[in-house]
Design a protein around this ligand. Structure first.
Ligand code: NDP
Length: 247
C-alpha cells in the first residue's frame, strides 16, 4: 500500500522540504501545505518537479481549524486518506518577555501548537478506523530547555510533548503511533536568521558536535518513525541535537 504522507509547511526550504524528499524517496505519496499568502508555491512545485519529485500541495493556514478541515478534505477527496501526518509548520517571533505583546504570543501559540490539534483532528479518526497511522510532531530542543527571548516559542513546543503523550495513551492499541521529534539547531532559514556572532559565541558552544544539524539528518529520523519498523516507538520525544540536551 502506498502511504499518503502529509507534511505541513514543506516549502520553507528547510526541514519541511527535506522531510518531503525523504518520505517520497521511501515510496510515500507526499502532500504538503503552504500558507494561503505564499505566492511562491507554484515555483516551488516546479523546482521540485524539475528535480524529479511530484508532490501535491494545498493551501492551508494551520493556525485555523476550518482551513485545516478544508485542506485535509481536499487531499482525501483527491488522493485518499492520510496515513502519515508530520506537523512541521512553525514560526518564531523572538523577543524578551518584557517586549512581547499578546499578539506575538498568540500568533506563535496558534501557529505552532493549535496547528497540531487542528491537523491531527482531521486525520486521527480515519487512522484509528483503518488500524494504522503515524503522527509525528516537530517540536524543538527549546521546548525541553527553554531559550532566552523565546517564551512564546518554548511554550508552544513544550505543549507538543504533552499533546503527544496524552494522545499516545488514547490510541495506544489502535495501530497508530504518536511521537515528537525535538531538533536542536538545524541549518535552515529559521536558524540562519540568527546573527553570525551570536551563533558562534552563544550557540555552537552549547553543541558538543560543534556544528548545526542538517535537515536531512532530521528527515532520516522522521522517516524511521513513519515506517512499520517504528511500531514500538510511541509517545516518545526524541532529541536530535548534536548532544545539546546533555547541557
Ligand atoms: P521554515 O521557516 O523554513 O519553514 C516553516 C514552514 O512553516 C514554512 O513552510 C511556512 O509556510 C510554514 N508555515 C508557517 N506558518 C504557517 C501557517 N500559518 N500555515 C501554514 N504553514 C505555515 O522553518 P524550518 O524548516 O526551520 O522549521 C520547520 C519546523 O521545525 C518548525 O516547526 C520549527 O519550529 C522546527 N524546528 C526547526 C529548527 C531549526 O533549527 N530550523 C530546530 C527545531 C525545530 P509558508 O512559507 O508557506 O508560509
Amino acid at each position: 500500500m502506498q502511504c499518503i504522507a502529509l507534511v505541513t509547511g514543506g516549502m520553507g526550504g528547510g526541514l519541511g522540504e527535506a522531510l518531503c524528499i525523504k518520505l517520497a524517496a521511501l515510496g510515500n505519496r507526499v502532500v504538503t501545505t503552504f500558507s494561503p499568502s505564499n505566492m511562491k508555491a507554484k515555483d516551488w512545485l516546479k523546482s521540485m518537479r524539475d528535480q524529479g519529485y511530484s508532490f501535491n500541495a494545498y493551501p492551508c493556514d494551520v493556525a485555523n481549524l476550518n482551513s485545516c478541515r478544508e485542506c485535509v478534505g481536499m487531499i482525501e477527496n483527491d488522493l485518499g486518506p492520510v496515513n502519515v501526518l508530520v506537523n512541521n509548520a512553525g514560526i518564531t517571533r523572538d523577543m524578551t518577555f518584557k517586549k512581547m505583546t499578546a499578539e506575538d504570543w498568540d500568533l506563535v501559540i496558534r501557529t505552532n501548537l493549535y496547528s497540531v490539534f487542528n491537523m491531527t483532528k482531521q486525520v486521527m479518526d480515519g487512522m484509528v478506523e483503518r488500524g494504522w497511522g503515524r503522527v509525528i510532531n516537530i517540536s524543538s530542543a527549546v521546548g525541553q530547555k527553554g531559550a532566552y527571548g523565546q517564551t512564546n516559542y518554548s511554550a508552544s513546543k513544550a505543549g507538543m510533548h504533552g499533546f503527544t503523550k496524552a494522545l499516545a495513551l488514547e490510541v495506544a492499541t489502535k495501530g497508530v503511533t504518536v511521537n515528537t521529534v525535538s531538533p536542536g539547531y538545524i541549518g535552515t532559514r529559521m536558524v540562519k536568521a540568527i546573527p553570525q556572532n551570536i551563533l558562534e559565541s552563544k550557540i555552537l558552544p552549547q553543541i558538543p558536535l560543534s556544528r548545526l544539524g542538517n535537515p536531512e539528518e532530521v528527515a532520516g529520523l522522521v522517516a524511521y518513525l513513519a515506517s512499520d519498523e517504528a511500531a514500538f516507538v510511541h509517545g516518545a520525544n526524541i532529541s536530535i541535537n548534536g548532544g545539546q540536551h546533555m547541557f
